[in-house]
Design a protein around this ligand. Structure first.
Ligand code: ATP
Ligand code: MG
Length: 275
């Protein structure tokens, strides 16, 4: 096929950049909408706890009962504050650039926001944190990527299952590696190269929680990871599960023998989880 270079090519590129930015913004708003609905339920639970223990404290004048009521009210209040802060952190428009970030906190914040959803779909989440340096990331975007991976994992386990989130340090490439593994349906080898394509989906539409089905989630993830000069890798075995690994640049270490990560690679190699 002959390739015709026209003078409008740069402006098309610019348009793609603008559209990608708009897509990122739209993704964020969708995620926020989801969060508002799930966390409103969560808030209802917290308020019920607070109201009931306040009533109990009013009814019973003895010191021990009142102390217990105060304790429960305080715990529920702190939980509510953590949830609100999580949403505010996610909603806040941080500067577009990269900043040193603690991925443990980012994961914990994301899990708090998805806790109710995971319980509802009988998904157990385990975290395995090895000591890792700070990562140089756009916190907001990486949190969106993680939430996309977690929702995909949950959707792959229609009868419930387990998600393992693992953080480790790759000293050779100086990356912080974040793996999300599920025990879901898995992805057939012939479908694996397609999952990062825009609009590729195997879901017939949004599920009961209003999530999934546009086929934009993983293409957004790929764009974000490319912008970080990181990598996103997938391994999957049908019937066993799928593991996505993000390799994100770590804050520069003083060690001398650091091999720089080769630029922008984000394809899905057709490797498989052994077993
Ligand atoms: N953890 C997983 N297990 C099994 N299949 C997966 C997993 N993650 C992604 N997929 C497959 O990759 C496809 C594309 O995922 P992607 O997140 O891009 O789109 P989606 O989830 O279908 O829709 P949305 O844009 O709303 O996220 C999914 O439809 C699914 O077939
Ligand atoms: Mg998805």
């Amino acid at each position: 096929m002959s390739r015709s270079e026209s003078s409008s090519a740069p402006s098309l590129e610019e348009q793609v950049t603008i559209l990608k930015e708009q897509l990122a913004q739209a993704q964020k708003l969708t995620a926020l909408g989801d969060l508002v609905s799930t966390t409103t339920h969560e808030f209802n639970n917290v308020l019920t706890t607070i109201i009931n223990y306040a009533k109990m404290g009013q009814r019973h004048g003895d010191r021990a009962t009142r102390d217990k009521a105060f304790e429960k009210i305080l715990a529920a209040g702190l939980r509510a504050a953590r949830i609100t802060n999580g949403i505010l952190g996610f909603a806040r428009n941080r500067p577009q650039g990269f900043e040193p970030a603690d991925l443990v906190k980012l994961i914990d914040d994301s899990l708090l926001l998805l806790e109710r959803e995971m319980t509802k779909y009988r998904v157990a989440v385990e975290t395995q944190y090895q000591p890792v340096p700070l990562a140089m990331i756009n916190t907001n975007q990486i949190q969106q990527v993680l939430m996309n991976l977690l929702v995909n994992a949950r959707q792959a386990m229609s009868a419930g299952g387990q998600i393992v989130i693992r953080l480790s340090h790759d000293p050779v490439h100086n990356t912080v590696d974040l793996m999300v593994r599920d025990t879901g349906a898995g992805i057939p080898a012939d479908k694996l190269p397609k999952i990062f394509d825009r609009f590729y989906t195997t879901k017939s539409g949004p599920d009961a929680s209003g999530k999934g089905g546009t086929g934009l989630g993983l293409s957004f993830c790929r764009d974000v990871i490319e912008a970080h000069q990181g990598r996103i890798r997938v391994e999957s075995t049908v019937g066993k599960g799928t593991a996505f690994t993000l390799k994100l640049p770590a804050v520069k270490q003083p060690e001398p023998n650091v091999v720089p990560l080769s630029p922008i690679v984000s394809e899905a190699p057709q490797s498989h989880i052994a077993g």
